[in-house]
Design a protein around this ligand. Structure first.
Ligand SMILES: *Cc1c(COP(=O)(O)O)cnc(C)c1O
Length: 392
């Protein structure tokens, strides 16, 4: 089956004799057992729930994995992966990654004796130089966050495996519709399902797709033992959202390409988008992904101007998240990445004036008009330019 078909052509309710088309919400904590000494297929929803099971199998199928797992949030999913490590082990993580992941690695794991080093993972060579015999986990995003520079997954997987480490790819910004890291050698894929998989900004959830069955079973054991699994109603909402992932993202991506190209024409703005990167970066991205996605960033050179632009937008919410049907704008320095201490943020690759746009499913022309209006309004102090008119 091809990706669009897989999103809907799955068994919504295995073993349900009524054959519903949508997966029922098994909103129950416990299940009646046949006898006092034998467990039935299900006994307690922390350990297993039929709604969550359908979701977990779908995730495994979409990512080409041996095991899918669903958690209460993306960070719960990432935290679950780190449970595979022991004190003394080391993580190498990308040096431009989601702020919450940074907080987990540096402020929670450090107390458990697990150290993290942050390395530029946009080339296999820098990982090769950094990796040590203590490295057990390499954690990256396929596009750095927020600067959207491509990381070569196949090469990172090879370097990690040669050193006896596993590669975990946080593929939130692309979703399995555009990128399937296991096909490129990754061992574990994580998503904040809060973003594209859900797509409607109404659930916080996380998922893992695990290539190796034994590692998958270990994580399944931990999911029950630690109790961070996703509830039945949220599992249902996620299943509902995933069915339209392909149509949403194709539309969002088409609009994002138009917006990125239009903004790149404007004097004074520096736009970051996978299709606008230098040719090496673009070649890496195109070799492993089915498109640039629908998130883009731009710099204005002035934090004040950036703030005025996003506060003048009418169709874009000012929101930390991305991947929803509504467009949103944010300033990562102050929002999604604020949990990274300022001195470290300053050494990273982005500045306070960076604006991130997540393109929703509105008509692209309305989004372009909205951006043109906001940029024109804030252009008084910048030399007026006819190019700014051309955006609309
Ligand atoms: C949002 C996000 C997370 C965290 O997910 P939650 O669902 O908010 O816990 C992790 N990684 C990336 C790339 C994200 O964007």
């Amino acid at each position: 089956m091809r990706p669009f078909t897989k999103l809907v052509a799955f068994d919504p309710a295995p073993s349900d004799p009524l054959r519903p088309i949508a997966t029922p919400i098994y909103q129950t904590a416990t299940f009646d057992q046949e006898t006092a000494t034998e467990f039935s297929r299900y006994d307690y929803s922390r350990s297993g729930n039929p709604t969550r099971d359908v979701l977990e199998s779908l995730i495994a199928s979409l990512e080409g994995a041996g095991q899918g797992l669903a958690y209460a949030s993306g960070l719960a999913a990432i935290a679950a992966v780190t449970r595979l490590l022991k004190p003394g082990d080391e993580i190498i993580a990308g040096d431009d990654l989601y702020g919450g992941t940074y907080r987990l690695f540096s402020r929670v794991l450090a107390d458990r004796g697990i150290t993290t080093r942050y390395v530029d993972l946009t080339s296999g060579d820098s990982l090769r130089r950094a990796i040590s015999t203590r490295t057990r986990l390499v954690h990256t995003e396929p596009l750095t966050n927020p600067m959207l520079r491509a990381c070569p997954i196949r090469e990172l997987a090879d370097v990690a495996h040669n050193a006896g480490a596993i590669l975990c790819v946080d593929s939130t910004s692309l979703s399995p519709h555009l990128h399937r890291p296991i096909e490129h050698g990754a061992d574990i894929v994580v998503h904040s399902a809060t973003k594209y998989l859900c797509g409607h900004s109404d659930v916080t959830a996380g998922v893992l797709a695990v290539a190796d069955r034994a590692v998958g079973e270990r994580l399944k054991f931990l999911q029950n033992a630690e109790g961070a699994a996703l509830g039945p109603f949220d599992s249902f909402l996620l299943l509902r959202g995933i069915k339209t992932l392909g149509v949403r993202l194709e539309h969002q991506q088409r609009s994002a390409i138009r917006v990125a190209n239009a903004l790149a024409e404007l004097p004074g703005l520096v736009v970051h988008f996978p299709h606008l990167g230098n040719s090496d970066q673009r070649a890496i991205h195109d070799s492993q992904c089915g498109g640039p996605g629908a998130v883009l960033c731009f710099e204005t050179g002035s934090t004040e101007r950036s703030q005025r632009i996003i506060e003048s937008l009418r169709l874009f919410n000012i929101a930390v998240s991305f991947g929803g049907v509504n467009s949103s704008a944010s300033m990562p320095w102050f929002m999604s990445h604020a949990s990274i201490p300022e001195p470290i943020r300053a050494t990273k690759r982005f500045a306070p004036d960076l604006v991130r746009l997540s393109i929703g499913i509105e008509d692209a022309q309305d989004l372009l008009d909205d951006l043109a209006h906001a940029i024109r309004r804030t252009a008084d102090d910048v030399a007026a330019s006819p190019a700014q008119e051309s955006l609309a």
